[in-house]
Design a protein around this ligand. Sequence first.
Ligand SMILES: [Zn+2]
Length: 285
Amino acid sequence: MVSFACLICGGRDLALVLDRCRDFYLGLPVVVDYARCGTCGLTQQVPIPRSTEGFYLDYPMHVPKRRIFSLARNLLIRRVYFAPGSGDAGKTLLDFGCGDGSFLERVEGKVARRLGFEPSACQANAVSARLGIPVASDLADSTTVPDGSVDIVTSHFVLEHLTDLWGTFAYWHRILRPRGSLHLAVPNIDCFEARLFGRRWHGLDAPRHVSFPAGRSLEWLAAKSGFKVIRRGTGVFPNTWGASLVAAALGRHHQALFMLLMPLAFVLAFLMPHSTTVYELRKEA
Ligand SMILES: [Zn+2]
């Protein structure tokens, strides 16, 4: 069923903000529109796609990288990713939307137990086999990840890909222990970069980014799902500057030019660190 309702509040007061957005990153022949909800402020695709599976063919985030690439990526993203502290050494951490498993690899030895979640069963099995840890692929599976067994859930750049926000928050609430923490990183569609690059802003990443929960819409969703926002901040994330400059110049992605522009992107991202919003939430009731 095609839905023109807001993914979070169900409202139908949606105003078009960006139309005819094409895929500047992977070049898929798909064009989508984005609208903003007048009730909760969520920006989302209209209509919500029936399935997003076809958007991830050859998705680079799912392919294991060469070591040098992983090191570079870790350097770029470490300002927005959760960093376990000494108090987390005895805890269980689940990375939701674990992709190629690189974040889970990074936190090895820093937490007592690592778990993953990745919606593609094939991808989940591959990461599980590679890292030797349980990786679930189904929200209904309470065997791989038992209810109330997790202390920390991390989900970096995942929320914007999902079409079932309520179901995902319910899952996080179910698997977390009381007062467990949830760490999110989401592209900030209200930042200067997004306004500057418009359809070519890499944080938009049409058609893979379905919605941009932040501010009022995210806080509402969190509160109704039994979470309290503990901290909200912005993170330095040079990748969007780099890839947006490439898309603006060429109308498509070009990895070599992207790498060449990264020093400039670093400087710009430190001067204007608003392209990513990071949240820490706590499970309440
Ligand atoms: Zn809404």
